[in-house]
Structure formats: structure tokens, C-alpha cells
Design a protein around this ligand. Structure first.
Ligand SMILES: [Zn+2]
Length: 169
């Protein structure tokens, strides 16, 4: 089978910045609700937070994390796991309403060698997918393929959240 990766060259800024900033960006965002627009925070719940990935693999790439700064599932409580899973469900709903993906990749990376950019605060990636997005990207590999700005997307997701009363936890 042919191996295909999503081609996301704008992520180089993120990769080069790894290890440079000292503060965990999820904890940083959690502490500053007044900066939610700038930090691209979509939702806050009792035990979790949902943010747009600043360096997305694809349009609509969301990150879901627990409020507590914990590295792995073994440190999470059942209550946290349930709420995070519900946030996954609600994120899929919101993305489906806003940008109509044809599929999703949902997953977690543990440890730097597995691709975790923030290994101390675990988070779930939600990456919307469309037929042919890998092919298209490898042909036209530049940042323009994220055809929608992150601020515009945040606005759109907040709008559907309001209309559909999301997240329903
Ligand atoms: Zn943290």
C-alpha cells in the first residue's frame, strides 16, 4: 500500500519552536480566559478545554485536553475520561456542522518519539479529512491550502455551537 502523509510545511515554525517555550501552552491558555480569542480556545468545560491547533495538519484540527496538567491516561480520573470523550463527540458534531468533513482522524501521541509536541499535558487530536486531501496537498504544498483562517474557523465553530447548544456534556 502506498504510504501517504498529510503535507503540512507550515508546521516547521512549530517544530523549530519545540523545547523553546517553557510554559505548557494548554495551562497558559487555561489561566487566561480573557485571551480565548487570541489563543483560539473554542470551549471550556469543568474538566476539559478545546482549542484550535495553531499549526494544523488540516483545516479544523482541534486539540482536546484535560484541565489538569497530566501526562497520561493512567493519571486521569474516570470522570475526566468521560468528559474528554464527550468533548470528542461534540467536537465532531461542531466540525461536521461547520465544515462538513468526510472523515476524521482522532488520536493521541505519548512521548516525543511518538510525535507528542507537548508530552507533559496529554491531548486528543481531531483532524478532519476529505477525499483526496493528501493528493491535493502533495501537489500544492503550501500554507494556502488551509483555505480558511483560524480566526474565521473559530468564529464559525462558535456560531454553530451557539445554534446547536454545543457542547452537550
Ligand atoms: Zn499543562
Amino acid at each position: 500500500m502506498e504510504h501517504k502523509n498529510l503535507w503540512a510545511p507550515w508546521r516547521i515554525g512549530y517544530i523549530q519552536g519545540l523545547g523553546k517555550s517553557k510554559e505548557c501552552f494548554i495551562c497558559h491558555n487555561l489561566k487566561k480566559p480573557q485571551d480565548d480569542d487570541e489563543n483560539l480556545v473554542l470551549w471550556r468545560s469543568k474538566l476539559g478545554i478545546v482549542v484550535l491547533n495553531t499549526f494544523p495538519y488540516n483545516n479544523g484540527h482541534l486539540l482536546i485536553a484535560p484541565v489538569r496538567h497530566i501526562a497520561g491516561l493512567e493519571e486521569a480520573t474516570d470522570e475526566e475520561l468521560l468528559e474528554l470523550t464527550k468533548l470528542v463527540r461534540e467536537s465532531q458534531k461542531a466540525l461536521s456542522l461547520a465544515i462538513k468533513p468526510q472523515g476524521f482522524n482522532i488520536g493521541m501521541n505519548f512521548g516525543r518519539c511518538a510525535g507528542a509536541g507537548l508530552p507533559d499535558h496529554f491531548h486528543i487530536h481531531i483532524v478532519p479529512r476529505w477525499e483526496g486531501d493528501t493528493n491535493f496537498m502533495s501537489v500544492c504544498g503550501d500554507a494556502k491550502i488551509i483555505s480558511q483562517s483560524l480566526n474565521e474557523l473559530l468564529e464559525q465553530l462558535r456560531q454553530v455551537s451557539k445554534e446547536h447548544n454545543l457542547p452537550r456534556l
